[in-house]
Write a protein that binds this ligand. Structure first.
Ligand SMILES: C[S@@+](CC[C@H](N)C(=O)[O-])C[C@H]1O[C@@H](n2cnc3c(N)ncnc32)[C@H](O)[C@@H]1O
Length: 211
């Protein structure tokens, strides 16, 4: 576990957890679509990497009553908020996405659905985290990622202003996220699909694993 990064995340979120869910709904776009498309099977295991306050898991749990949910985060502060929100259908743990071992943390090898929502843009070794996320997808399962994009259709000053604001919260859009996602999918024979949200403000990528 990168303890320095865990401390940084605790510092970023310590005073924000009470207002986090309310404020983020206006700019962490695409999360509800991702949840609507999860559609796990009966008893399917759904894992969120970097689950934060547990907002996404709570929305998913109210929608998919028969599924089992798992979430982890590097921040103890965020997990405390998540624990207060979720019932026993969700297992939570503190772990680092860059070194995540599903067997050691949750006692299972893979999950039918694995998703990351606005988390890779805060993880220093995000490539390692994304590789481990792909490795945690069970055969026939699916991975979904939503995160800040390249803002490719945005005018330069608007893009620069957004990025300066994000940097103040230790958020760095990963400009090669889609390329890395596509090559991890191709290496494993997953079928990948990607979409832009608001001219590249964010990207939404999914990949379906072979059975
Ligand atoms: C912007 S929040 C997103 C939270 C949640 N996914 C959502 O959609 O509301 C980013 C989360 O990633 C977590 N995080 C950052 N680095 C991490 C790491 N290396 N491993 C696990 N979680 C991490 C932070 O603690 C924070 O809870």
């Amino acid at each position: 576990m990168n303890t320095a990064h865990a401390g940084l995340m605790d510092g970023v979120y310590r005073w924000q957890t009470p207002i986090y869910d309310l404020t983020r709904k206006y700019y962490l776009l695409g999360r509800d679509r991702l949840i609507a498309e999860l559609d796990p099977s009966q008893d399917g295991g759904v894992l969120e990497i970097g689950c934060g306050t547990g907002r996404n898991l709570a929305v998913a749990a109210s929608r998919y009553k028969a599924a089992r949910f798992y979430g982890f985060d590097i921040s103890r502060v965020m997990l405390d908020a998540a624990e207060a929100k979720l019932d026993r259908r969700a297992a939570l743990a503190q772990a680092d996405a860059a070194t995540f071992d599903p067997q050691a943390v949750f006692g299972r090898k893979g999950f039918e659905r694995v998703f990351c929502a606005y988390t890779l843009s805060m993880i220093p070794d995000w490539r390692a985290a994304l590789t481990r996320a792909f490795d945690a997808v069970a055969p026939g399962g699916r991975i979904a990622v939503v995160d800040f994009g390249t803002q490719r259709r945005w005018p330069g000053p608007a893009k620069a202003a957004l990025r300066a604001w994000l940097a103040a919260f230790h958020v760095a859009p990963r400009d090669d996220l889609l390329d890395v996602f596509a090559s991890l999918a191709a290496e494993r024979g997953f079928h990948a699909r990607t979409r832009d949200i608001l001219g590249g403000y964010a990207i939404y990528a999914t990949a379906q694993a072979p059975v």
